[in-house]
Design a protein around this ligand. Structure first.
Ligand code: URA
Length: 417
């Protein structure tokens, strides 16, 4: 078998066999297939897609490209994953809350991909937080405090780890076969019994409309069935950023404020209650969705979610004085206001534009070896539907480079009508 023939076959729109898919995944993981060959095949898959059988074979080959965790000693682990978005800090808020409700949380997250942020980059913006821990410690942490959030650092789905980073740098992120296999391979390898997936839909998501989000959801649900992992997909809106903050430190601060009960943006309340209730239902902790939603809000409001978050950060080596006092976090050098140029109602706050501008400011990567700037991004006080006055401050751009901040302001990210 030869990688050039496999690339040519997919380039010409043909179906790959299980053996060809396994040959590619094995070769790329071991290094006998180069980044540029993998990039060519990935682009061919992006353009010509894959059928369900090919996607399942790709998922399983990636899932078994490294170790497969056995979490059976932890009981019923219900995992959560998002297909990605802008300002998506849901994991930071929701997982400590569900852990405080007795669901063991053993979760591996990813870095930013394309214009979307990644939970690992956010966690690493907390000084000292270690996202790279050995498997025994990961499992021990869950046994000890009920939660561990780490990166894709264990040798789990290493093929996805390489492909995920590569896709980010070759404009191959928005593809159903690539997203479905990426997410489900990690979920299968990471040993959860049941999975809730937040399938985002809108300009700031990889799936631009509800139809394609539903297609992705169906593919992942089917793969879950085949792998004996009960999978529930929830479609959520990503036409504007989630919550108010976009950018790593800024999002961590927003998550902490929510967990402390200082604020709770409407969209975040909707997403955490919906996803959380489904997790509780899958774990048989509640008998219906409404009861689940009430439990999520209860443990947010009584501070148990916050306590669990503090324990998590401490246990992973993070400095909790930053959590207790978020003023300690580094700030961007230039914080410029975004001013309304007329009175009216905010009619558009495009998540894709903001995601791309965040990458431009340094919150995400263009090349896979790029270092991110954790302090840059946006705080968007006004959201779609809010009424604003001419001259009012709508939000702030946080930048380390003044020229970039000024360029971003020229983009008029708010549409007012
Ligand atoms: N999240 C993933 O884990 N993989 C993707 O491809 C997209 C979102």
């Amino acid at each position: 078998m030869n990688i050039l023939d496999i690339i040519a076959k997919k380039r010409d729109g043909k179906e790959l066999t299980k053996e060809e898919i396994e040959f590619f995944v094995k070769g790329y993981t071991e290094g006998s297939i180069t980044d540029y060959q993998a990039a060519a095949l990935t682009m061919a898959i992006y353009i010509n897609s894959m059928n369900e059988r090919e996607i399942t074979d790709l998922t399983l080959a990636m899932a078994y490209s490294g170790d497969v965790l056995d979490l059976s000693t932890l009981g019923e682990v219900v995992d959560k994953h998002s297909t990605g978005g802008v300002g998506d800090k849901i994991t930071l808020i929701l997982m400590p809350i569900v852990a405080s409700l007795g669901i063991p949380v053993a979760k591996m997250s990813g870095r930013g991909l394309g214009f979307t942020g990644g939970t690992v980059d956010k966690l690493e913006s907390i000084p000292g937080y270690n996202t790279n821990v050995p498997v025994e410690e990961f499992i021990d942490n869950v046994k000890k405090i009920g939660i561990s959030l780490i990166g894709q650092t264990l040798n789990l789905a290493p093929a996805d780890k390489k492909l995920y980073a590569l896709r980010d740098t070759i404009s191959c992120t928005e593809s159903i076969p690539l997203i479905a296999s990426s997410i489900m391979s990690k979920k299968i390898a990471s040993g959860a019994n049941k999975i809730v997936i937040d399938v985002t839909s809108g300009s700031g998501a990889f799936m631009k409309n509800v139809d394609s989000a539903m297609k992705l959801a169906n593919v992942m649900t089917k793969i879950g069935e085949l792998a004996h992992k009960e999978t529930k997909c929830i479609i959520t809106d990503m036409n504007q950023p989630v919550g108010h903050a976009v950018g790593n430190i800024l999002e961590v601060i927003e998550a902490i404020k929510i967990l402390k009960g200082i604020e709770l943006p409407e969209d975040i309340e909707k997403i955490i209650t919906e996803l959380g209730a489904n997790m509780l239902l899958l774990a048989n902790k509640v008998s219906n969705i409404e009861e689940g939603k009430a439990k999520i809000l209860e443990n947010l409001k009584n501070g148990k979610g916050y306590e669990k978050f503090v324990q998590l950060v401490q246990n992973q080596g993070g400095d909790i004085s930053y959590i207790e006092n978020t003023d300690k976090f580094n700030k961007a050098r230039f914080i410029l206001p975004i001013i309304a140029n007329k009175s009216g109602i905010v009619s558009k706050l495009d998540a894709l534009t903001i995601g791309k501008l965040s990458v431009y400011l340094g919150a995400g990567r263009i090349k896979k070896e790029d270092k991110i700037e954790p302090e840059v991004g946006f705080v968007l006080n006004k959201k779609i539907g809010d009424s604003v006055e001419n001259g009012e401050v709508l939000g702030y751009v946080h930048a380390n480079d003044e020229k970039k901040a000024i360029n971003v302001l020229k983009e008029n990210i708010y549409e007012i009508s």
